[in-house]
Design a protein around this ligand. Structure first.
Ligand code: HEC
Length: 147
């Protein structure tokens, strides 16, 4: 398991914390957890709603779908933020050998941006939109970790 540079991790966490504050500010009445919503919509198919790897599509991929609740446990008690982020975005090759079974979500969100942003799309920064979605997912997964 690659070690995560502490500084990068702190910087990313600060970004998430900042986004959280913004969201809380801008939408006080919003009950929906974006990370959970995205996870249940796109990831639960394979990883399962409980993230333990037993989703309805898990039998259809050529690899065992990993349990996402033990990422910290398997990384000396520290949530592997960069690994999770890069695996989801597609920056990190997941498989050392063979094919990648995990879809590249960075591309998915890039394609979805015009539809999601609607009238705000023109002039908006698509890479920030994509980063926001991935950070929300990583943030949500980090809350599911077992001790
Ligand atoms: C088509 C099934 C499928 C879907 C849908 C899917 N994954 Fe995965 N995921 C996998 C598989 C299989 C792996 C194991 C790595 C590989 O071989 O590609 C994996 C690996 C991962 C890992 C790395 C875990 C580790 O222990 O290395 C993370 C994090 C992850 N997925 C998050 C997500 C998120 C977040 C979503 C939704 C946006 C998602 N996955 C959707 C199949 C899927």
């Amino acid at each position: 398991m690659a070690t995560v540079r502490p500084f990068a991790r702190i910087a990313l966490f600060l970004t998430v914390a900042g986004m959280g504050a913004l969201l809380a500010d801008g939408a006080a009445a919003q009950a929906r957890d974006i990370g959970k919503y995205e996870f249940d919509t796109y990831c639960a198919l394979c990883h399962g709603k409980d993230a333990k790897g037993g989703g309805p599509f898990s039998g259809l991929v050529n690899k065992k779908v990993p349990d996402l609740t033990v990422l910290s446990k398997n990384n000396g008690g520290v949530f592997p933020f960069e690994m999770a982020y890069e695996t989801i975005s597609g920056a990190k090759e997941t498989a050392a050998h063979g094919t990648r079974e995990m879809p590249i979500w960075g591309d998915h969100y890039k394609e979805k941006a015009p539809q999601d942003l609607g009238p705000y799309f023109a002039g908006s920064d698509v890479s920030s939109y994509v980063r926001g979605k991935i950070l929300a997912l990583v943030g949500y997964i980090s809350t599911l970790q077992v001790k």
